[in-house]
Ligand binder design. Structure first.
Ligand code: S3P
Length: 186
């Protein structure tokens, strides 16, 4: 659904950020929502608030299967709303039902960062159950990325390459794309 000339994709009133853990989805979504005057919805944070548990506790108490079911319910709810910047958890795109719902009302943008940057960012963080206790973090992340990369590409309308960009610059690129393709804010 690329844009040519003045053609825009109307009806895409949400801006959806997808990508691997540590890509910067939450940070960039926060900047975009502020700049665009749109509501910020961060799926991990919303699930934590809904269940009064951290993501790690949700995985431990409910199990990953139930976490994914709750995540899917939330995505369905958010997809009916408008003028939201939605930061998704890194595994949201693994369920085609989520992808279809998000794409129905939102421009889905993949935030892409290289493996080394991801490893460095998540190395000292402890809030990601899928990376907890992993001995060879780089090999584990490379393996996950190899499996997920095609799914992210397929789910997204477009990709922003974040290498070398600050969060503010990254958000500016995303906003540009959103305004051009959705016609929102023009
Ligand atoms: C996950 C990513 C996490 C969180 C959960 C599962 C994944 O979100 O939803 O730990 O499967 O990639 P972030 O991408 O915000 O870390």
């Amino acid at each position: 659904m690329a844009t040519t000339g003045k053609m825009t994709q109307s009806g895409l009133t949400n801006l959806v950020l997808v990508g691997f853990m540590g890509a910067g989805k939450s940070t960039i979504a926060r900047i975009c929502s502020r700049r665009l005057g749109m509501t910020l919805c961060d799926t991990d944070h919303l699930l934590e608030a809904r269940f009064q548990m951290s993501i790690t506790e949700l995985f431990t108490e409910l199990g990953e299967r139930e976490f994914r079911r709750q995540e899917c319910n939330l995505i369905q709810e958010l997809s009916t709303g408008s003028r939201q910047v939605i930061a998704t958890g890194g595994g949201v795109v693994l369920n085609p039902v989520n992808v279809a719902a998000l794409r129905a009302t939102g421009l889905v943008v993949l935030l892409h960062v290289d493996t080394d940057t991801i490893v460095e960012r998540v190395r000292h963080q402890t809030h990601r159950p899928l990376l907890a206790g992993v001995t060879d973090l780089r090999a584990h992340i490379s393996d996950m990325l190899e499996k997920r990369e095609p799914i992210y590409r397929e789910a997204a309308h477009c990709t922003v390459e974040l290498r070398g960009l600050t969060p503010t610059e990254s958000a500016a690129s995303v906003i540009n794309l959103f305004k051009t393709i959705s016609g929102e804010g023009k």
